[in-house]
Write a protein that binds this ligand. Structure first.
Ligand code: SF4
Ligand code: SF4
Length: 395
């Protein structure tokens, strides 16, 4: 607009001026065109650079994608490696544990070895004992019950005294049996235990002591007693024990009884006094010898594992038994209406036996009654108690 106004003011112009102005305009136009060309080139360069930058950006993006992809792959690989490493560590741990266990086993070896040796010794002892039971004796130790009942009544007493009725042996029969025993065995009888029940309950004990010593002058004779009646014995009793060399053999029970006073009394009277088994202690345990009422045990197995077999030999009414259970089962049968059978094959009649050897041989063999015993199930360490007189104490 400014240009047009200036042209209006200048008109009318001359042809020269007009041409001059036109020439100037053309110059200006050419300048413009030249600058436009330069600008166009710059624009093209700029576009080209922008394209290059875009290409670079794309390359960078591609690289980033590749990096992301590689990162994921690497993560997976690292995770796999971690798992492998953990598996190796676990295996190492297991191996270390196994080694440690083996090391512990090695440390236990001496104890295991000792245990094995103990087991072998134990088995050897049992085997030796079994052989002893099955080997006929050449000397005889036996016991006689002077009273079936007892004043203490221990739980599970293997003489069945808590459930036995008051009963004493016939002294004359005893005297007769002693003569026959002497006839058969003579000096081969080396030991006689006067037992019970409680033997001191027998009112005829003094006569029996003299009679026993007279029949067996060389044997060791003892009174196996719970001791509780010792302080009540008259002086004659102590005199006989001293003069006839009768040993007092009490068992010390955890009861309110002054065993020291009894021992002192024996010493005062010069009577030999030895505690049975648990000398000097009152922590008495009681053993349970369970019976199998069905009688289905193997007699031979019972016999060879029974500590009483061919050892706790009992003389009763002219019969010798290899143990004290069979002859006393009658108390159990009567108390509990049981039917554990004791037969003529469970003892040997000393009047029918032709020789001592025949008797020794008989005593070293299982008897039919062994089928009722379960010596391997013996419980040795029950706390001592007074009997409740229930069947469970013996089965
Ligand atoms: S003291 Fe002896 S005989 Fe008397 S009940 Fe006890 S174990 Fe049996
Ligand atoms: S009867 Fe019983 S206690 Fe007697 S020897 Fe046989 S197993 Fe032993």
């Amino acid at each position: 607009m400014d240009k047009i106004e200036s042209w209006k003011k200048k008109f009318p112009v001359s042809k020269e001026e007009f041409e001059k102005e036109r020439a100037e305009d053309r110059n200006i136009q050419e300048n413009y065109l030249e600058k436009l060309g330069e600008l166009s080139k710059k624009t093209d360069r700029a576009i080209s650079e922008v394209q290059q930058i875009e290409n670079h950006i794309k390359q960078i993006e591609d690289c980033q994608k590749q990096i992301d992809k590689d990162t994921v792959n690497c993560g997976d690989k690292i995770s796999g490696l971690k798992n492998e490493m953990q598996a190796i560590l676990d295996a190492e741990h297991t191996m270390a544990q196994m080694l440690s266990d083996q090391f512990e086993d090695l440390k236990r070896l001496p104890a295991i070895e000792k245990h094995c040796i103990d087991v072998i010794h134990n088995r050897a002892d049992r085997l030796e004992e079994a052989i002893c039971r099955l080997t006929p004796n050449s000397l005889l130790s036996f016991e006689i019950s002077l009273a079936e009942h007892c004043n203490l009544n221990c739980k599970g007493c293997d003489h069945f005294s808590p459930i036995a009725e008051k009963e004493f042996p016939d002294t004359d029969q005893l005297c007769h049996d002693f003569e026959r025993m002497n006839e058969l065995f003579g000096a081969r009888i080396y030991q006689i235990h006067l037992v019970g029940g409680e033997p001191l309950l027998n009112p005829d004990i003094q006569r029996i002591l003299i009679m026993t010593r007279s029949a067996f002058p060389k044997a060791v004779i003892d009174i196996t007693t719970n001791g509780t009646l010792l302080l009540k014995q008259p002086q004659e009793f102590w005199d006989i024990c001293r003069d006839y060399h009768i040993v007092i053999r009490p068992t010390k029970y955890p009861i309110a009884f002054d065993y020291d006073a009894a021992q002192k009394l024996a010493e005062i009277n010069s009577v030999t006094y030895h505690y049975f088994g648990n000398t000097g202690t009152v922590t008495k345990k009681f053993a349970k010898f369970p019976l199998d009422k069905s009688g289905e045990q193997d007699p031979k197995r019972s016999f060879i594992s029974c500590y009483r077999a061919n050892k706790c030999i009992q003389l009763i009414n002219g019969r010798l038994y290899t143990c004290t259970v069979a002859p006393n089962i009658r108390h159990f049968n009567k108390a509990f209406q049981a039917t554990l059978e004791e037969s003529e094959y469970d003892y040997i009649d000393i009047y029918k036996a032709k020789s001592a050897q025949e008797i020794f041989d008989f005593l070293a063999r299982p008897i039919p009654f062994c089928r009722y015993c379960m010596p391997r199930r013996t419980i040795w360490d029950q706390p001592w108690k007074v009997s409740d007189r229930t069947e469970e104490e013996w089965v």
